[in-house]
Design a protein around this ligand. Structure first.
Ligand code: PMP
Length: 421
């Protein structure tokens, strides 16, 4: 476009923008939260326990009392199946997998993991952060004083050439954050080759760990779901079963904040972590485990519940994708992901335009995840990536928010191009 054409377009977009502002929208697509209708899907779970319920586990434990630090046997079995592990390798925790990840890093910091000294004794400790990635992962390791190293995310997963090169040569690198299925925010699932390369890693640090956060393992949105190769099986073939630490939860199956989280690991890793948790708590909330078991029953129950979630949220993803396709295709101002599952659409706007796009949306009443949040230290080197979370608002509002997003991305691009003209 000529400078004149750009100026005219900017004026036209600015006028539309003012009209949006006048509507006084108040929408939020910032965090991956289930919408109210999704939460309603699990309300019956609250009916399954009452004063008449049998409170004994299959092995005779009274769930109202202390005990059962590893979790109810049936809950370990169910979460193990969900995560592709064996029940004896799974510990059931409290309500949050992020909490388990934090505690695992904390344990490694103060007491060390098998094969290594406490991480706090390594002054220049580093952690690999595939980006765009999950901001709360990065924050945990930033909080514990790690230098965060950005690893580019490719369509196949993290850039494994870089991962292999770095971990082979640098013993101060202690781990990597991974969301292997329907990655937050890019929505991609790691390829079989990527999983095999993870299982075959030869880190210089004996206490290097892969934090395999399978938060979206059953969160499909289509009839052709992605299939993730089982890292545990691959590690066992390679004799590297101490490398991975597995995490998952029912946060986006039942209730976020009131679900059940689990950690899976080799016997050696579990011995250290179990001991650490022993000091922390006399045991998890077994009544919530009972509720979950009575409500979900087995993996068929989990899949049936996920189908109901899908029916509610897939249309919201479709609205965003349709709106983006209609309003942004061929304009060269944005590229966006089309995930088969998970909770996010990842958008790359024109370089240097993400912060401005998010600020414009905010000005007109739509809150998005802060620009930069998907990168270590919240600094996107290209100021390009924006995470869109369409699940929380009602579908009509998602449409309005997506339209405004398209307008703001174009307006920000016009401004940028005119600055450079
Ligand atoms: N991991 C990822 C990748 C997530 O996206 C989220 C939630 N947004 C979590 C973990 C948090 O899980 P939990 O509720 O089990 O702490």
């Amino acid at each position: 476009m000529s400078e004149k054409e750009l100026r005219d377009l900017k004026a036209e977009l600015a006028e539309k923008f003012e009209a949006y502002k006048a509507q006084g929208l108040k929408l939020n697509m910032a965090r991956g939260k289930p919408g109210a209708e999704q939460l309603a899907l699990s309300m019956k779970m609250l009916d399954v326990l009452n004063s008449q319920s049998d409170m004994q586990t299959s092995d005779g434990l009274d769930c109202r009392n202390y005990g059962g630090p590893d979790g109810l046997p049936e809950m370990r079995e169910l979460l193990a199946q969900m995560m592709g592990l064996q029940a004896e390798n799974v510990l059931v925790g409290g309500n949050s997998s992020l909490n388990l990840m934090f505690d695992t890093v904390s344990c490694a910091m103060t007491h060390g993991l098998p094969g290594g000294k406490p991480w706090c004794l390594q002054a220049d400790r580093k952690f690999l952060c595939p980006a765009p990635g999950y901001d709360r992962h990065f924050s945990v390791t930033e909080y514990f004083g790690f230098e965060l190293i950005t690893v580019p995310m490719l369509p196949t997963g993290p850039d494994m050439d870089m991962v292999e090169r770095l971990v082979r040569s640098d013993a101060s690198i202690k781990g990597i954050w991974c969301v292997p299925k329907y990655s937050n925010p890019t929505g991609i699932t790691y390829s079989d080759e990527t999983v095999r390369r993870f299982a075959a890693l030869k880190p210089a640090a004996p206490d290097f760990r892969i934090f395999w956060d399978n938060a979206y393992c059953v969160h499909d949105l289509t009839d052709t779901p992605d299939v993730l190769l089982n890292l545990w099986d691959e590690c066992r073939k390679n004799g590297t079963e101490d490398l991975p630490l597995f995490f998952a939860s029912t946060s986006k199956i039942t209730f976020p904040g009131a679900g059940i989280a689990a950690l899976g690991a080799s016997e050696k890793n579990l011995a250290v972590l179990r001991n650490h948790f022993r000091y922390q708590t006399i045991g998890p909330d077994k009544l919530n485990q009972m509720r979950h078991l009575a409500f979900l029953k087995d993996m068929n129950g989990v899949h049936a519940q996920m189908q109901k979630h899908r029916a509610l949220i897939a249309p919201k993803f479709e609205v965003v994708e349709e709106t983006f396709a209609e309003q942004l295709t061929g304009k060269g101002v944005a590229a966006w992901s089309k995930p088969n599952g998970g909770y996010f659409i990842s958008v790359d706007v024109l370089d240097g335009c993400a912060k401005r796009t998010v600020a414009l949306c905010k000005e007109a009443g739509v809150t998005l995840t802060g620009a930069g949040a998907t990168y270590p230290y919240k600094k996107d080197p290209n100021d390009r990536n924006i995470r869109v979370a369409p699940t929380y608002p009602p579908k009509t509002e998602v449409k309005a928010a997506a339209e405004l997003f398209c307008l703001c991305a174009q307006l920000a691009a016009c401004e940028k191009l005119l600055q450079n003209a």
